[in-house]
Design a protein around this ligand. Sequence first.
Ligand code: SAM
Ligand code: DTB
Ligand code: SF4
Length: 332
Amino acid sequence: MSAVDSTIRYDWTVEDILDLHNLPLLDLIGRANAVHRAHHDPNRVQKASLLSIKTGGCPENCAYCPQSAHHREVDLTRDRLMDPKTVIGMAARARDAGAERFCMGAAWRQVKDGREFDAVLDMVRGVRDLGMEACVTLGMLKPHQAERLAEAGLTAYNHNLDTSPEFYGQIITTRTYEDRLETLATVRAYGIDLCCGGIIGMGETVRDRAAMLQVLARMEPHPESVPINALVPVAGTPLAGQPPIDPLELVRMVATTRIVMPMATVRLSAGRSGLTRETQILCLVAGANSVFYGDTLLTTPNAGIGEDAALFAALGQCERAAEPVSAQASAA
Ligand code: SAM
Ligand code: DTB
Ligand code: SF4
């Protein structure tokens, strides 16, 4: 491989990815930065805003998640599906604060047809009418539901693999890796961009991280968007006592993600509130080009707006210029 390998590969092995991940840190960051600069404007960092449109009471048992109904000790107020008008109003405020993408999450195992799904479609249409990218994460989807989301103009569907196929069963037992892959294929079949990534810091090995990246990087095309989360340990969840990761592990993960999926938007996602401004900048040098912006993620605190103002001021960057949303979404 040359220093700047700009060819897009779909044949990554876990060993290839591990070799990259375990390079001397400065080599790894240098390689990732070169790939990043070959494919993206390095001064542009997309701000995405997140909203939990339906909170808690989820029948899945994801060990990291405060919204699972299985984790009864979590201090979380459940909330029914929000009203589309309120959601669209919040999206407008996020846009005015500089967000280009609005991501809506519902604590559902799967989408059910009916009034609630119709309301989500209204939310998608409303967000798109504001000129923003719209992303939703609603759990498992059937083909006719993906079709309706595409018709509503949805830009991207978030559905994370979270970790390797091997480690998955330690984290979630109410669904399989195969279920996840099936929904991803359904989303792709209807021309909706994929937003698919994972979490580090759940007790997985570095090989598990590389194995998850391999699954993503073997998809053809690669997911357009890859969120990399650091576990936010929440009291009352089985992973509450996980020790925090060394922030440089996140830098390595981001850099490796950038190298294996050169075109993707790599999102520095949950876990940013525990990072210094300088570590976050290191992640941006290593190829991250989006952050979630706003005081809360879905249910947990995000990096504060004030801290983010300091981050963006240091970058000398204001908003990413408005650009056309994905071809698929505008065609839908
Ligand atoms: N129910 C839908 C699903 O799981 O696809 C959507 C909502 S779910 C909260 C979206 C993603 O948030 C999860 O896939 C997981 O990667 C991430 N997430 C949830 N809780 C987290 C935590 N405590 N720390 C880091 N990431 C978390
Ligand atoms: C993703 O990968 N991370 C975001 C978004 N996709 C939906 C969610 C992070 C949630 C963190 C825990 C919480 O706030 O509930
Ligand atoms: Fe439910 Fe999603 Fe949380 Fe899992 S991650 S418990 S599916 S809301």
